[in-house]
Design a protein around this ligand. Structure first.
Ligand code: IPE
Ligand code: IPE
Ligand code: MG
Length: 249
């Protein structure tokens, strides 16, 4: 019961706890620009970005938001300079190794989605370990999209479904939205209610193309390393002012 009272104590008074999003997704953009503004190499922005993500995860947990999905590396990000890609892969691995104990203690369930088989083997090992060690945790579902692409995700779902049809275990007219959703990486966690993108870009960059159909979009000029609790509070206030009609009047 302590968890409920903690939520009440920490949640800013102007937020309605009954109308918080149940699933927040975030496109963590602007690390490179943040570094450039400080006169630092791009990679320093990525390093700082980790702190912002840690903070957001803790904040979601404190305020009783049960799911957070963060876009860490897209299928298109391989087109960046090799040194930057290598740095990111090493960073992900190091952070996982360093943070796992705390995530276990904090009752965080971590999950990864994307084409994980194409990631460096040593990173895959840390990913598997972290998912296995936190699989019974329940305070928050934390999903990191790594080598993730929305189109690739939809295609792999299509292939799996087509195979079942070919094998005769599924009829084409049995393919509906619910069945399709079950073949996506988000089968368990469901669709985000709120999508936040930092650094002002007005695009999805191949993130959760199916799942964001009815998400509320919140775009801020703030660069990802500067995205803090006050910024998240503003995003949630904006979310609570929205009228989610889902096509109704
Ligand atoms: C987002 O920041 C992090 C990743 C894509 C890994 P960027 O690296 O895209 O930063 P900008 O957009 O160049 O400023
Ligand atoms: C989207 O950011 C991917 C991540 C945040 C991981 P990008 O910086 O790669 O997106 P574009 O290139 O500006 O569309
Ligand atoms: Mg970017």
């Amino acid at each position: 019961m302590t968890s409920k009272s903690t939520v009440l104590q920490n949640l800013p008074a102007d937020l309605d706890r009954d109308r918080l999003p149940k699933h927040v997704a975030v496109i963590m953009d602007g690390n490179g620009r943040w570094a450039k503004r400080q006169g630092l190499p791009r990679i320093m922005g990525h390093r700082r970005g980790v702190y912002a993500l840690k903070d957001l995860l803790r904040c979601c947990k404190d305020w009783g938001i049960p799911a957070l999905t963060a876009y860490a590396f897209s299928t298109e990000n391989w087109k960046r300079p090799l040194e930057e890609v290598d740095f990111l892969m090493t960073l992900f691995e190091g952070v996982l190794r360093q943070e796992l104990r705390e995530m276990v203690q904090e009752n965080v369930r971590i999950n990864f989605m994307g084409n994980l088989a194409d990631l460096p083997r040593s990173l895959q090992v840390e990913i598997e370990r972290s998912m296995a060690e936190t699989q019974h945790n329940a305070s928050i579902q934390f999903t990191v999209a790594t080598n993730y692409g929305g189109r690739q995700e939809i295609l792999q779902a299509c292939r799996a479904i087509a195979t079942q049809v070919q094998e005769g275990v599924l009829q084409p007219d049995e393919i509906d939205e619910a069945l399709f959703s079950r073949h996506l990486y988000t089968a368990k966690v469901g669709d985000p209610d709120l999508l936040i993108r930092t650094s002002g870009e007005m695009r999805l960059s191949n993130f959760l193309l199916w799942q964001l159909a009815y998400a509320e979009l919140y775009i801020t000029e703030t660069l990802w390393p500067d995205f803090d609790r006050a910024e998240f509070h503003r995003a949630l206030c904006a979310y609570q002012q929205r009228d989610r009609r889902f096509g109704k009047v």
